[in-house]
Write a protein that binds this ligand. Structure first.
Ligand code: TF8
Length: 335
């Protein structure tokens, strides 16, 4: 009797662990496109995500990353996801406002004051609400990764106050809120896809661009720029987007593994990018760029001057959305 029981338990154990796990995961090649280069911390995040997927799927779920816009820019890749011809993209939210206007909330100047606030908003109920809007457009956001606080670089002059923006030809993302923010500061703003920025700077078709230090470093903009100002004017997140039509065809186990491992990747990517930020700044300085910081008074003046952008874009983003994020931030700040 005891022997029989042991055998039954052994069989149940074997069936319970090994067999169904194999059936629940299929071999999947998941293409993930990126506009940035492999040495950007997104590369570390994808590695960590892959290790997690290997673990959960027994090596069945494979990410193949493409770098430097090899599969097209943020917007083009996102459209390929919606039509189900590409699995995934790590994209800024900003170029997607044409599809999902409410995402413009993340483009509002000086919305977040530090990464802790950004994390709390993205990883909380507000982030979930934005994810629902993405799903309605055929996009599953697996997690919010970090792009980071954006700073201005240019080839013309030291920018120390808002008057110094005057006439600077600044590339902005394909996004009206960024366009207005820079025009309002007196700059000559030009929307352009990320993939065209390096050569536009190199040929002086534009003078300036704005991106986090880590991007100025890993996309080598420091080779074609002379000045950087730490403006911290916006924090735009990365979205780890998955094609909804493809995601819906996956098994629940595959879907759960992707969601869980995207969060593992996020944590690694955020850790590495926050460590790299300072090192990237040092590299930019070592390359000979003049780095300026704004005085607290100037920072306040620029912030103040930029508040018209909130009013101008509130209706288009959705008044409820803008109010919700501001209420969230109040709570996070303990006000
Ligand atoms: C931009 C963005 C980009 C990222 C990158 C392509 O300036 O910040 O750097 O979306 O992944 O366009």
């Amino acid at each position: 009797m005891r022997k029989l029981l042991l055998t039954t338990t052994a069989i149940a154990f074997a069936v319970g662990t090994a067999a169904p796990a194999m059936a629940e995961f299929n071999s999947r090649n998941i293409r993930v496109s990126n506009g940035i280069n492999q040495d950007h911390p997104v590369g570390n995040g994808i590695k960590a995500m892959q290790a997690c997927l290997d673990d959960k799927s027994g090596g069945k779920l494979k990410l193949t990353a493409f770098w430097g816009g090899a599969l097209g820019g943020d917007l083009q890749a996102t459209q390929a996801l919606r039509s189900g011809v590409q699995e995934a993209v790590v994209t800024s939210s900003s170029p997607l406002v044409g599809l999902i206007p409410s995402l413009g909330v993340f483009d509002l100047p000086f919305l977040f004051s530090n990464a802790k606030e950004a994390d709390a908003v993205m990883d909380g109920a507000f982030g979930d609400m934005m994810n629902k809007k993405l799903e309605e457009q055929g996009l599953v956001n697996l997690a919010y990764w970090e792009n980071g606080f954006r700073n201005l670089s240019n080839s013309k002059r030291a920018v120390n106050k808002w008057e110094d923006f005057s006439g600077l030809k600044v590339r902005v993302m394909q996004n009206n809120i960024f366009l207005d923010t820079f025009q309002n500061l007196g700059a000559n703003a030009t929307p352009m896809a990320f993939g065209e920025v390096f050569s536009a700077l190199e040929t002086n078709a534009i003078d300036a661009q704005e991106n986090p230090y880590v991007t100025i470093d890993t996309s080598k903009f420091y080779e074609v720029q002379k000045y950087v100002t730490e403006t911290n004017h916006a924090y735009t997140p990365f979205l780890f987007l998955f094609s909804k039509p493809i995601f819906d065809s996956y098994t629940p186990e595959e879907q759960a593994a992707l969601r869980e491992c995207a969060v593992v990747g996020r944590d690694e990517e955020r850790k590495v990018i926050r460590e790299l930020n300072q090192k990237s700044l040092e590299k930019i300085k070592a390359a000979g760029l003049e780095v300026n910081t704004l005085s607290p008074e100037e920072q306040a003046r620029i912030r103040e001057k930029s508040m018209v952008v909130y009013e101008k874009h509130k209706a288009e983003i959705g008044a409820d959305i803008v109010d919700a994020v501001l209420a969230d931030l109040k709570k996070i700040r303990g006000q």
